[in-house]
Design a protein around this ligand. Structure first.
Ligand SMILES: Cc1cc2nc3c(=O)[nH]c(=O)nc-3n(C[C@H](O)[C@H](O)[C@H](O)COP(=O)(O)O)c2cc1C
Length: 210
């Protein structure tokens, strides 16, 4: 199936079959799609936390808009962004780049000096607004990859960031939760959205040609 057919097939699932689990292999393919997402300056300023443990899901459910969806999903992917930028974090990424490419460390120094100066002039809230935005590209690629594998998913911002950050100990890691991606297999009977038509703004209204 083409990408467009997969995107037409998928929908934000409203009820999962708790007995069906996503295989390790399929899960790894979805995670790889997220890892390959492009990010600003290639900094990849976020991490994905994979939650399979039912016990952890039960703890994260407090404050969630769709508690049953979280409970019955096979896995919950938590997209968590850096809480801030720092010179050390930027250097670590670029040292990795130069090492992988077998270039001398500091090869990109004039560029990293520019972005370090740019972030130094910003507040920590501005940093997080930027790192959080990066996660959405990975979220989109992960749900598209899931659809290609005929795995259902639900992107979600309807949860308590405080609860999820606390349960997963994200603060200690310098991370803050941004969004979730529930993965699993739909419960055809209970998923009220499964039989409904997909609704989008018509193309002629969506695209503005100048
Ligand atoms: C960033 C983001 C956050 C979302 N948060 C939720 C959510 O908390 N709960 C939920 O049921 N759906 C959530 N959705 C799903 C949207 O409501 C859904 O994608 C949209 O209505 C389009 O429908 P479709 O995905 O089924 O085609 C979210 C989607 C995105 C992209």
């Amino acid at each position: 199936m083409s990408l467009i057919q997969n995107l037409e097939w998928r929908h934000a699932v409203k009820a999962y079959d708790p007995t069906k689990k996503v295989s390790e292999q399929d899960l790894n393919t979805i995670l790889e799609a997220a890892r390959l997402a492009p990010t600003s300056s290639g900094l990849q300023p976020f991490r994905l936390i994979v939650v399979e443990s039912q016990e952890l899901k039960e703890k994260m459910v407090a404050g969630a808009l769709n508690p049953e969806v979280m409970r019955d999903s096979s896995h919950v992917l938590v997209f968590a962004a850096w809480d801030s930028y720092s010179d050390e974090k930027i250097d670590k990424v670029y040292d990795h780049h130069t090492d992988v490419r077998e270039l001398p460390r500091g090869r990109f120094g004039s560029y990293t000096d520019k972005i370090k100066a740019m972030y130094a002039a910003q507040t920590v809230d501005e940093h997080f607004a930027h790192t959080a935005r990066q996660t959405y590209i990975a979220l989109g690629l992960a749900l598209a990859q899931a659809a290609e594998l005929k795995i259902d998913s639900t992107p979600a911002e309807g949860f308590s960031n405080e609860v999820v950050d606390e349960v997963l100990g994200l603060k200690e890691l310098g991370l803050k939760s941004v969004s979730l991606l529930y993965l699993g297999y739909r419960d055809q009977e209970k998923d009220w959205l499964a039989s409904m038509k997909k609704v989008r703004v018509p193309m002629e209204e969506f695209i503005l040609k100048k």
